[in-house]
Design a protein around this ligand. Structure first.
Ligand code: ASP
Ligand code: MG
Length: 403
């Protein structure tokens, strides 16, 4: 008997019909002889609606009340799903984050899960029930309900799977797996049978959009295999696993268009400047992505540029401008940029991959504004309007449309 954790996202539980379908899938998995935990997101746009309501009331909301409010979408979907399973003749119980023992940091709105006390979960599973758990929420040490950041239900599922030592964590969504690139942008994108956690992490944080990066990180740390599957169709989906013997040089090209670039020009070339700037951004909980520093040897000045998500752009710009004011340097900002990233666990041992990517972009006359690399990834910041052309050029260069 295996223990399976299934997670269904907002679109997969968006209507009563869909919830009935999810109930059927959970029951099928249980009748095949498995113990089943189901983690759910809120129905369709529920979370957005709740947040909009709060913002209609005030722009200056209390983070605790934000969590108290926006976490309730998951309570609705979990109770409805448990009820749907019972109506189909099964045995089920819904548990909120705190009933399921999900403990988080004390801060609100974007907090991390620190522990899962899985006693109740185990007890309900042993009683033969399908346990439906609310994603996205937990309880802090003050006994207050917390939420773990938008899109957090994936992470809830993986963390619960790890705590229960589940055999697999299945993420059901509105796509049938992980693709070599975003199939909405390039129709020739191909579904991958398998991808490593490392590559998926790069794909996810680079905008592949299917899974929350934090969830993949948790899966990697806990050696948890994830299956990404379509919630309304049968199919093999994509397995996200530990690195195997068969490495792809290149697995995919990720696109991210909610990228903004900020540049700080002519920063005095003395120790501590970067630390001060990025320290201030970190203190504001702003995620900085690509960072490039270039040197003007003679003038003893540096240019520092970096990228952030669109959500953080206004605040990041304000913080950077404040530093620039104090240091007497200029700031430039551009929201109309995008990032194209080539990802592959095998590229570390295959020379010439970067050169081929740059050449493919050059042939299309696409200007590269910033470059950043890791062992398994090469990212280029380009103008947003050239994103599709760039994706296709790189995808074709590496033959990703072919099996
Ligand atoms: N309902 C939450 C959100 O919309 C969590 C999730 O869907 O994963 O962000
Ligand atoms: Mg979601």
């Amino acid at each position: 008997m295996a223990l399976i954790v299934q997670k269904y996202g907002g679109t997969s539980v968006g209507t009563i019909e869909k919830i009935k379908n999810v109930a059927k899938k959970a029951l099928t998995a249980q009748s095949a002889g498995n113990q089943v935990v189901v983690v759910v997101s809120a129905m369709g746009p529920t979370t957005d609606v709740l947040i909009a309501r709060l913002k209609e009331l005030t722009a200056d909301y209390d983070p605790r009340e934000y969590d108290a409010l926006v976490s309730i979408g998951e309570n609705e979907s979990a109770a409805l799903l448990a009820q749907a399973i019972i109506a189909q003749g099964g045995r089920a119980v819904s548990l909120t984050g705190w009933q399921a023992g999900v403990e988080t940091e004390d801060n609100h709105n974007k907090c991390k899960i620190t522990n899962v006390r899985a006693g109740r979960l185990r007890q309900e599973l042993q009683a033969g029930k399908i346990v439906v758990v609310t994603g996205f929420q937990g309880l802090n040490s003050r006994g207050d309900v917390t939420t773990i950041g938008r899109g957090g239900s994936d992470t809830s599922a993986v963390v619960i799977a790890a705590a229960l030592r589940a055999d697999i964590c299945e993420i059901y969504t509105d796509v049938d797996g992980i693709y070599t690139t975003d199939p909405h942008i390039l129709p020739e994108a191909r579904r991958l049978e398998r991808i490593s956690h490392e590559e998926m992490l790069e794909m996810a944080s680079l905008g592949a959009g299917v899974m929350h990066p934090r969830a993949v990180e948790c899966a990697k740390v806990n050696n948890m295999t994830i299956a990404v599957k379509h919630s309304q169709q049968d199919g093999k989906g994509t397995l996200i696993t530990m690195v195997g013997e068969k490495l792809n040089t290149v697995s995919g090209v990720a696109a991210a268009d909610d990228v903004a670039k900020i540049g700080l020009l002519h920063v005095p070339d003395v120790p501590g400047m970067a630390a001060e700037l990025f320290g201030a951004l970190a203190a504001a909980r702003i995620n900085v992505d690509v960072i490039v520093q270039s040197i003007h040897e003679e003038a003893k000045k540096n240019d520092i540029s970096f990228t952030v998500g669109h959500d953080d752009y206004a605040q990041a710009l304000k913080i950077t401008e404040a530093k620039a004011g104090a240091w007497g340097c200029a700031v430039i900002g551009d929201k109309a940029v995008a990032k194209v990233s080539l990802v592959g666990i095998g590229m570390a041992s295959a020379p010439g991959v970067a050169a081929r990517m740059f050449a493919a972009l050059g042939r299309e006359k696409i200007n590269i504004q910033m470059i950043s690399t890791s062992e398994i990834k090469i990212s280029c910041i380009i103008a947003q309007k050239e994103l599709k052309k760039a994706l296709r050029a790189v995808h074709t260069e590496f033959g990703l449309e072919k099996c």
